[in-house]
Design a protein around this ligand. Structure first.
Ligand SMILES: [Zn+2]
Length: 195
């Protein structure tokens, strides 16, 4: 018998981390600082790569889900922070489409602008806005991860599908978090795939 189901889990410290916060988080600054803290925690607890994300109700700032990169400890190349946050939001709300009319609009907040895979995932997810901190070139230059073949007209591809993007938001703070991963000698997986 081959495996016919799968489970992906976030690290155990997530619940305790969330208890330190009171939701909703009203401003974009609060939401991004929350995600950067979450990312820093993933780095310092050595539970995964230097990336974090969360899905919020866009207007109210109510938290729907969080995600951190758990590629190594879950043995899954798709387990990026944005993928985890989006999939968990869909589980939480019981739908594959976060864009349906009877739900509020949702915002994905991410510590780094999506890689090629997560960009696709955002497009299919139904979120209506993306707030991103570090740029793909920051991730590549500071840490050395490959962000993959994302299109040059990245932002326009999202806008074309009705998804707004606010890139480079608190970018310096996002870069400082990436820097911390380097200081702690975090693993850069798939190094041979980097060009
Ligand atoms: Zn990704």
């Amino acid at each position: 018998m081959k495996k016919n189901s799968l489970t992906l889990s976030l690290p155990e410290w997530i619940d305790d981390f969330l208890k330190q916060y009171q939701f909703p988080l009203v401003s974009n600054e609060e939401r991004m600082r929350f995600v950067l803290k979450l990312t820093l925690q993933n780095i310092e607890k050595t539970t995964g790569g230097p990336f974090g994300a969360a899905v919020f109700e866009r207007e109210s700032g109510q938290l729907v889900s969080v995600g951190v990169n758990v590629v190594l400890n879950q043995g899954c190349s798709a387990a990026h922070a944005e993928m985890m946050a989006i999939m968990l939001a869909q589980q939480e709300l019981g739908t594959h489409d976060l864009g349906i009319a009877d739900l509020p609009e949702f915002q994905l907040v991410t510590s780094g602008k999506m890689c090629a895979m997560c960009l696709g995932s955002v497009v299919w997810s139904g979120v209506s806005e993306v707030l991103a901190s570090a740029q793909p070139e920051d991730v590549e230059n500071i840490v050395g991860f490959d962000e993959g073949p994302a299109p040059a007209d990245y932002d326009q591809q999202l806008e074309k599908r009705g998804i707004s993007i606010i890139p480079s938001f608190l970018r310096e703070e996002g870069c400082a978090v990436l820097q911390r991963y380097v200081e702690l000698e975090g693993v850069v997986y798939n190094p041979s795939r980097n060009s």
